[in-house]
Design a protein around this ligand. Structure first.
Ligand SMILES: [Zn+2]
Ligand SMILES: [Zn+2]
Length: 172
């Protein structure tokens, strides 16, 4: 997801170019987000300060269901709009100071604009705090641990003795 912006930075304000995105990446966080696949089109627009990136992206992220703990593909769809600031002037080669803002995205000194971190942040915002593989996911049986989406257990109709309970009774 790296785009060379040297040509666009030399153009007039308002100049723009479109790029197709079709990429896999890993959006790791505590929700065990796995592999993401992102597709879409972004438009890069030359602004007075840098380059504005606008686009609509969609794809999937392989994440773990918070209820039954199986991995599933969560559908992603989001719009992005971020301004990227050059760290070096494209014509003079002089290093530029960046806006004093920790959320600022940079274009590196070789004029490469890397969309990965911005897209990773959108993905992490899009994924719910407690993702569900299905709105009515049945989850795991708290007694025997079987996945109730795949097979019903008989814990409710026939309460089963725990192995410890059996041992204690045999010992009497
Ligand atoms: Zn589930
Ligand atoms: Zn059970």
């Amino acid at each position: 997801m790296q785009i060379n912006t040297a040509q666009l930075l030399k153009q007039a304000i308002g100049s723009n170019r479109s790029y197709e995105i079709n990429d896999m990446f890993i959006a790791d966080d505590e929700r065990e987000s796995g592999e993401c696949h992102i597709q879409g089109t972004v438009e890069l627009i030359r602004t007075d300060r840098g380059i504005l990136v606008q686009g609509k992206l969609a794809g999937t992220s392989n994440i773990m269901c918070s209820r039954c703990l199986t991995m599933f593909d969560y559908p992603l769809s989001f719009g992005m709009e971020d301004e990227f600031f050059p760290s070096r002037d494209v014509t003079s080669g002089i290093s530029l100071s960046l806006p004093d803002d920790s959320t600022t995205f940079m274009i590196d000194e070789y004029h490469i604009l890397d969309l990965s971190e911005a897209i990773r942040q959108y993905v992490l915002i899009t994924i719910p705090m407690k993702p569900l593989c299905h709105p009515d996911c049945a989850g795991l049986c708290p007694n025997c641990g079987s996945n109730l989406n795949q097979n019903a257990c008989y814990c409710d109709s026939q309460p089963q003795e725990s192995p410890l309970g059996n041992l204690l009774r045999k010992g009497k």
